[in-house]
Design a protein. Structure first.
Length: 254
């Protein structure tokens, strides 16, 4: 299957959980606020008790909904009753946790960067089936920090572009530190990393250059500072994941 995810020329701007700086993250309100600014949405997937992929970052609903409940232990009906906008109490009406199906139907022309955070049985196939039914499979990149989930994605969905898992990122970083010497191969199409991890600076021209030699795009998260966005773009970053897509768009087009 051909993918259109990398068809346009980088850099790519990703709305990180939607326009989540000023709206409740991973809600329809946040994605609606970003829909006319960027073509790429980044979001996270957990599965409800019956196996429905829902768009939510944390395992628990405590931070977003104010109740310490596990997504995986709740039915879709129970999840629908939660208010995902608890962090924005002054914004009026309640916000719901959306499903992947809803995002596919609402944003047919947008590209989805989907991080699967829940190792649900055949979860990657459930996600792919929904993408296929909505003709979105060619508009998606699958991600996961978990090596076990990424192994399933790589083995069962080789036709879908993917990013690197945590273990793969470490191997790539060590290869870069060794000057790119020795053999290195991967089926990942993207390296999605923070600017720094603890004391380690990941955003370097050397890392980006070696990734490009391997035909791998480098996307940085989560970058909200204007000067940092400019610096990364000047360094050659292929993508910026940001809570402030309107700010990044203004910088890119200034």
């Amino acid at each position: 299957m051909e993918t259109d995810f990398f068809l346009s020329k980088p850099p790519r701007l990703f709305a990180h959980r939607g326009a989540s700086y000023g709206h409740p993250e991973n809600t329809i309100e946040a994605f609606d606020a970003a829909r006319d600014i960027v073509q790429y949405f980044e979001f996270d997937i957990w599965f409800s008790r019956e196996g429905v992929p829902v768009v939510h970052h944390d395992e628990s609903t405590l931070r977003t909904c104010g109740l310490d409940l596990k997504i995986s232990e709740l039915s879709l009906d129970e999840l629908r009753k939660l208010d995902a906008g608890k962090g924005f109490p002054d914004r009026g009406e309640e916000r719901r946790i959306p499903t992947l199906e809803e995002l596919c139907a609402r944003y047919p022309d947008h590209f989805f960067n989907i991080e699967i955070k829940h190792d649900f049985p055949k979860g990657e196939l459930i996600v792919y089936d929904i993408l296929e039914r909505h003709h979105k499979a060619g508009h998606a990149l699958l991600a996961s920090g978990e090596d076990s989930i990424m192994e399933k994605i790589s083995n069962n969905l080789p036709q879908v572009p993917r990013s690197m898992s945590s273990g793969e990122i470490l191997k790539f970083y060590l290869w870069v530190q060794d000057g790119g010497n020795g053999q290195y191969c991967t089926t990942a199409r993207a390296l999605q990393i923070p600017v720094r991890h603890g004391d380690f600076i990941l955003a370097t021209p050397k890392l980006i250059s070696l990734a490009h030699k391997m035909n791998i795009e480098v996307h940085f998260w989560t970058v909200n500072d204007e000067e940092e966005i400019k610096r990364l773009l000047n360094m050659g970053a292929d993508g910026i994941m940001t809570d402030r897509p309107e700010c990044a768009y203004g910088i890119l087009n200034s």
